[in-house]
Design a protein around this ligand. Structure first.
Ligand code: UD1
Ligand code: CA
Length: 483
């Protein structure tokens, strides 16, 4: 339906309506700031709006004004912010937005809802082209959804021309039978729309100025009103409550995963996998069931993630494996292995061929090439040298109750099980610690640090002090069999 370049290059402005309360979400957060795939609903709409390359982009705000305005300026720094007053309704929102566009602007205006996130710019552009080729005053996008309840219904005359839109709450029984719904996305000629909004009233069941009433006003005035029926109704689905939010999320997740699969990513179980739109994946990445990838996460080729792992703002280099892990802001280098049951926190670097094993938490620490923390440990604010092995149950005592301190461990160090590093402390290259050591002072290269008192055994203690107990009986038996 794309027309010649001359027509598509006419001036365009986009108005995004985002002032509504979003009552049906029952949320302390503005409806348009709820997220799909890591991006607020409004962010999706603004990205689509920007892709139309409009001359002006205006966003209408009211509820949660400052939070919503913050997101708008993040995505479109030069957006025109329009504050809606206490006259409610989409019609009032449009009226104020049209008034806020520069008076010199005489082109077409695309109106989008902040709560219709899946609609793409190609579909809108096709409707803009249709609007222009028909020379319409107003073109609305309509669709036939599975369940039209709650939407405005499109009224057409015998010739199929649109003559109006009636809201669900104002519709009579016959009108409620209509299955073609108004999507809330429109293309309109600025001058015609400007004239039409001036005549809007609040005499309807909701006491609001309805934008949709301009369809009837323009049609009765003999202006062309057209409706473009979009076949894929999911494109136009609005998010009003959390049921619709999760349905849209499921749809977007399926599309995102399909896209990655076609680019060479193995996704074992799409139904249990979530991938934010900001995530980057390479071909031959494998995602096992139960994986969530969020934020600025990047996974390089031949890495395997999962099962059951959540990675936020995490980089995983090629050939690394990450099993049953929760990771925030970590960097996992090539051929490293993490998990199962590991917790990586911001500032963690797991070096090339490094290992973080079962029940290990690491924070703000670097493991150099081949360094390993295989079992049951807390490593915080530490630097661990190449080829070093940290024995099971190691703890960096990095916090003195007021300040955090660093632990610096050299290369090829071997620490005994259950070593405590009381930071700030340093261990030289090739040093050892004994099991249970509490390391408070610097350990020179090649030294063995021991801090546990020599073991003393009190022979016969159990038989004297726990006479007749199961332990004493067992000890007695062992004593006999020895003789
Ligand atoms: C609207 C349409 C309905 C259509 C549906 C499609 C009207 C009167 N009805 O109904 O025909 O089928 O969208 O999804 O337009 N908003 C403002 N200011 C306001 C009220 C709303 O900016 O005073 C914004 C909201 O933030 C939202 C959008 O307009 O982004 C739509 O508002 P909403 O209340 O969700 O309208 P619907 O009842 O869904
Ligand atoms: Ca809506």
């Amino acid at each position: 339906m794309r027309l010649n370049g001359g027509m598509t290059q006419q001036a365009l402005a986009v108005v995004v309506l985002a002032a509504g309360q979003g009552t049906r979400m029952r949320s302390e957060t503005a409806k348009v700031l709820h997220e799909l795939s890591g991006i607020p609903l409004l962010g999706h709409v603004l990205a689509t709006a920007s892709a139309l390359q409009p001359e002006h982009l205006a966003v209408v705000l009211r509820h949660h004004r400052d939070a919503v305005a913050g997101v708008v300026t993040d995505y479109v720094p030069d957006a025109i912010l329009v504050d809606q007053d206490d006259i409610p309704g989409t019609g009032r929102a449009l009226e104020l937005a049209l008034a806020a566009l520069p008076s010199t602007f005489a082109g077409d205006v695309v109106v989008m809802s902040g709560d219709v996130p899946l609609l793409d710019s190609d579909t809108i552009q096709a409707v803009v082209d249709h609007h222009r080729s028909e020379g319409s005053a107003l073109t609305l996008m309509s669709t036939i959804p599975e369940d039209p309840t709650g939407y405005g219904r499109v009224i057409r005359n015998d010739r199929g021309d649109v003559t109006g839109v009636v809201e669900e709450s104002d519709a009579n029984a016959a009108e409620k039978q209509i299955t073609e719904i108004n999507s809330g996305v429109y293309v309109m000629n600025r001058a015609h729309a400007h004239a039409a909004v001036a005549g809007l009233t609040t005499t309807n069941s909701q006491g609001e100025k309805y934008l949709t009433d301009i369809a009837k006003a323009l049609s009765s005035a003999g202006q062309g009103v057209s409706g473009v029926l979009v076949e894929d109704s999911w494109l136009l689905e609005g998010i009003n409550d959390r049921v619709q939010l999760s349905e849209a999320q499921a749809r977007l997740t399926r599309m995102t995963i399909r896209g990655w699969q076609l680019l060479g990513v193995t996704v074992a179980d799409p139904a249990s996998t979530m991938i934010d739109l900001s995530v980057e994946l390479a071909p031959d990445v494998t995602l096992l069931p139960g994986v969530q990838l969020k934020g600025d996460t990047r996974i390089d080729s031949h890495a395997t993630i999962g099962p059951d792992s959540t990675l936020v703002d995490t980089i995983v280099e090629s050939h690394a494996t990450v099993v049953r892990t929760h990771s925030l802001g970590a960097h996992i280098c090539e051929h490293a292995s993490v998990g199962p049951f590991s917790y990586l926190r911001p500032g963690t670097v797991v070096g090339v061929e490094g290992k973080v094993g079962a029940f290990v938490e690491v924070k703000n620490s670097t493991l150099a090439r081949g360094a390993k923390v295989p079992h049951l440990s807390y490593i915080g604010d530490a630097d661990i040298g190449a080829g070093t092995n940290i024995g099971a149950g190691a703890i960096t005592a990095n916090y003195d109750g007021e300040t955090k301190h660093r632990t610096t461990i050299g290369s090829q160090v071997r620490t005994g099980s259950h070593t405590v590093f009381v930071a700030p402390v340093e261990l030289g290259d090739g040093s050892y610690t004994a099991a249970g050591a509490v390391v408070r002072r610097r350990v020179e290269p090649g030294a063995l640090a021991m801090s546990v008192a020599p073991q003393r055994n009190l022979e016969g203690w159990v038989e004297h002090n726990r006479e007749g107990s199961p332990a004493a009986i067992a000890a007695k038996k062992a004593g006999k069999s020895k003789k």
